[in-house]
Design a protein around this ligand. Structure first.
Ligand code: HEM
Length: 502
């Protein structure tokens, strides 16, 4: 048996004191490196120490700070303090256009993502510096949506059946976010890595939690000076363990596919048509390690989960919308089957998702960029090199001058806009405009949005066709969680499901 010898109190106090001095020194070093933005108005406190307090306020509810800034400075850029830096917030189509037109040498998406998510250390050096998977998302994934539509639907059907596990016609109360996370992960991974891995419970658990691993890891790494980032990433985050867990699943599959490639060439019989195959067919992917391929597949699992949960909460709180959605799905499926073409025709489903994300999207800001060399907005505002700049997307989405009765959920808002405009897809879910920024806007808008929109539409259509949903008695629509600039669907709220009765 080992004896526990308590440390003397003065040693403990000394250790706390030293830790306090180290943290204070790190904060001072980080704060003193911030670019000079004195000319840009501030929301919150702008004194040196006050801005640190304002940063804590932003971290606990960035939406509130941004709404205040948007009201006071609409049409001109303002700045807010985050924990270790200032962020410049702009809004309105003129500034969105300025960001859209800027070249990567002026404003960089990748460097902003690296600063926010510490990509080099969380997702890995190669994923950050050689993102060839983005071109595969843009081309192969998007082109294959039609071919893969039946697989997506098949996985959604089986996953909902297994995860909801409904008996007879009884109502069952289900934690919505957890259920949706699993169904969505299985559906996405059916396309990313195929059967049977997409149904493996450890893989599903890993991919569901990977987003959180990365976000928590990035926060931890951000607390230390850059020079310590590799060590912090390796020893103080969950990411290496997640990567090993991912490789344990994917390693044997990759090895087997490599053998087939060597033996039969690129087009062997029964070759899976999934993202892993497209990665391995790519000249970069064929040379690379199991670890690199694993990190890229895990990276794909990074979005979309909260979107469907938000739509489900709204539907459960407003069962009156169900009938017209059902009628649309039934009539479209009767004529077109369950296909990509059918999903295109489901305008009400499309509009419902888009409106739900207009009101409660994935973040309060969008189009975040890092200034790579001093940049001048078209109104003359200068952003020094190193500044992080972004657009107040939530405030734009909720502005009455942009959307009529912006604070009211109107499930047919975008379907009606499409009818009025006669412009086909301009107001469809996957389209972006300077006023609709869920997926960003312009050259670097989310490359996975066509896949995501089809997947989410297919899943929502299946829910309305197959289940009755409502909230528990007396419950109101579960409110979202606002953390920093992120919006998350309520994590524990329940939705009641039963097999469709009428
Ligand atoms: C509803 C779900 C999704 C939302 C709301 C979303 C949103 C976004 C946004 C806002 C951006 C940044 C755009 C910019 O700043 O200009 C982005 C980038 C990106 N998204 Fe998505 N996304 C979703 C689904 C997906 C899916 C399913 C994939 C992969 C299959 C994906 C892959 C990516 C990638 C790789 C980038 C970075 C692009 C680049 O490096 O240029 N996204 N997404």
């Amino acid at each position: 048996m080992q004896l526990q010898v308590p440390a003397p109190p003065n040693i403990i106090q000394g250790a706390y004191g030293l830790a306090g001095i180290v943290v204070a020194a790190l904060v001072i070093v980080k704060l003193s490196k911030r670019p000079n933005l004195d000319a840009i108005p501030t929301v919150g406190c702008s004194t040196w120490l006050g801005s640190w307090w304002a940063g804590i306020k932003y971290f606990s509810n960035g939406a509130e700070v941004l709404r205040e800034g948007y009201e006071r400075h609409k049409g001109t850029p303002f700045k807010v303090a985050e924990l270790y830096r200032w962020t410049v917030i702009a809004s309105g189509s003129q500034f969105v256009e300025d960001l859209r037109k800027a070249s990567d040498d002026e404003l960089s998406f990748a460097e902003a993502a690296n600063e926010n998510l510490k990509m080099e250390y969380t997702l890995g050096h190669d994923v950050h510096h050689n993102p060839y998977h983005v071109a595969i998302i843009r081309l192969q994934l998007t082109r294959n949506i039609g071919v893969l539509c039946p697989d997506m639907k098949d996985e959604t059907v089986v996953a909902f059946e297994e995860i909801l596990d409904l008996r007879g016609n009884e109502w069952k109360s289900v934690p919505a976010l957890q259920a949706v996370q699993k169904v969505l992960c299985r559906t996405s991974n059916r396309i990313f890595v195929g059967l049977p891995l997409c149904r493996n419970s450890d893989w599903v658990d890993l991919t569901v939690n990977f987003t959180l691993d990365v976000v928590k890891g990035a926060v931890m790494i951000g607390l230390f000076p850059n020079a310590m980032a590799p060590l912090v990433a390796r020893f103080m985050t969950n990411i290496p363990a997640s990567a090993r867990r991912g490789m344990k699943h994917l390693g044997p599959i990759i090895e087997e596919r490599r053998k087939h490639l060597e033996e039969y060439g690129k087009d062997w019989a029964d070759k899976p048509n999934d993202f892993l195959s497209w990665l391995m067919d790519d000249p970069h992917g064929s040379q690379t390690s199991v670890q690199d391929l694993t990190m890229r597949i895990l990276t794909l699992n990074f979005a979309a989960i909260h979107c469907l949960t938000q739509a489900l909460y709204t539907l459960a709180a407003n069962p009156q919308y169900m009938q017209s959605l059902r009628e649309e799905v039934e009539s479209v499926v009767e004529t077109h089957g369950w296909s990509k073409g059918a999903l295109v025709k489901m305008r009400k489903i499309d509009s419902f998702l888009k409106e739900s994300q207009r009101m409660e999207g994935v973040g309060v800001v969008g189009i975040t960029r890092k200034v790579m060399k001093d940049f001048t907005f078209s109104d003359g505002t200068v952003l020094p090199k190193g500044t992080i700049v972004t657009i107040a997307s939530e405030a734009t989405h909720l502005d009455n001058e942009v959307y009529e009765n912006a604070d009211i959920f109107n499930p047919l808002r975008f379907a009606n806009m499409r009818d009025e405009d006669g412009e086909g897809t301009k107001h469809s879910f996957a389209s972006t405009t300077p006023e609709y920024l869920l997926f960003g806007h312009g050259r670097q808008a989310c490359p996975g949005r066509f896949f995501a929109a089809n997947e989410l539409k297919s899943m929502l259509a299946w829910v309305v066709l197959s289940y009755d949903v409502k909230l528990e008695d007396g419950a109101t629509r579960p409110p979202s969680l606002y953390i920093g600039s992120a919006i998350a669907a309520h994590p524990t709220a329940k939705v009641m499901f039963r097999k469709r009765v009428h």
